[in-house]
Design a protein around this ligand. Sequence first.
Ligand code: NAD
Ligand code: LMR
Length: 330
Amino acid sequence: MTVPVTVTVTGASGQIAYGLLFRIAGGAMLGADASIKLRLLEIPAAVGSLEGVAMELEDGAYPLLSSIDITDDPRVAFEGANIAMLVGARPRTKGMERSDLLSANGAIFTEHGSAINAAAADDIKVLVVGNPANTNALIAMHNAPDVPRTRFTALTRLDHNRAIAQLAKKTGTPASHIHRVGIWGNHSNTQYPDIFHALVDGKPAVDVVDDENWLVDDFIPTVQERGTAIIKARGASSAASAANGAINHMRDWVRGTRTDDWVSMAVCSDGSYGVQEGLISSFPVTCAGGEYTIVPDLEINDFSRSRIDASVAELAHEYESVRELGYVSD
Ligand code: NAD
Ligand code: LMR
C-alpha cells in the first residue's frame, strides 16, 4: 500500500458529497491501491450532520480508507491536501439565476483559495463543483498565488457525460462507443457541447446523425438546460450524476485518459482557441502523468466559433463582476 493521498471535500454533508464520498472511499477515483485520508469540511451548522456521514463512512470498513477528519476550519481541512474537491456552496434553487450566486459564493471561494495557498501539499489538484463553478475556481485561483494556475479546474464533465448520453440515445449506440465529444466555455446554459469532432462507432457523429435541426433545436439546448430541467423535476440540483462527473474528472486527471479519446475539463485558458487567457473555460483535454493538455489544432467551424465566443463572453462578464466585487485583483 502506498502513502495515503489526502483528499479534502468541502460541503461534505451535502447531496453531492453523499454521492461522492463512499465512492472515493471505495477506490473509484484513485484506484484500488491508493490509500486515502479524507478531510471533510462543513459550515459549523452542518458539522452535526457531517458526523453522521463520517459514522457511515466508518461503517463501510473500507480497506483503502486510512482516516476521516471532520472540521469547520478551512485551514485544517486543506492542511497537506493532495486533492481538493470544492463542492460546498449555495446551490441554485428554483427561479434563481446563476448570476445571483456570484456574490453569495465569492467569499467562500476567496477563503478556500487562501487556505489552499497556505496549507495544501505542493502537488495539490483542485476541482471546483460548487456553482458558478468556473468563476468560483477563478476566485480560488486568484487567492492562491503560490499555487500554479494549472492546478485549478472546474467541473464540466457532467455536461460532457450528458452530451454523450444524448448522442447515444439519438443514434441508438451504447455510450461507450461514442468518443471525442467536447464541452467549451462555461458550466451554464451558454456552454457549447460540440459534436463536430465526435465519433459514433468510429464514424463522424454529424454524418451518423445527419440532422442539423436536431443538433440546433434539440441536442444543444437539451445539454445546456439539463441542470435546470433536473432542478425543475427533482426540486434540487443534480447530485448523483454530478458526483459521478466529479469522480470521472479527478480519476482521469490523476490516472490519465484513454489514448483514443478526450474528456472535457474547465481549466485556466492559456489563450488556446482564442479563449481569453486566465479565464477558467471548458476545453477538450487529454490527461497523462497527472497533467492535462488542451487538445491542439482542432478545426473550429463558424457555427462552433460563434457558440464558443458567446460562452466565453459570459465568463469574461462574470470575471468583470467578481473583479468589481473585489474577489479578484487583476
Ligand atoms: P447541498 O446544499 O446539498 O450541499 C452543499 C453543502 O455545502 C451544504 O451542506 C453546505 O452546508 C455546505 N457549505 C456551504 N458553504 C460552505 C463553506 N463555506 N464551507 C464548507 N461547506 C459549505 O448542495 P449540493 O447539491 O451538494 O450542490 C453543491 C454545489 O454543486 C451547488 O453549488 C450546485 O449548484 C453545484 N453543482 C454543480 C454541478 C456541476 O456540474 N458543476 C452540478 C450539480 C451541482
Ligand atoms: C447541473 O448542471 O446539474 C447544476 O450545475 C445545476 C445547478 O445550477 O445547480
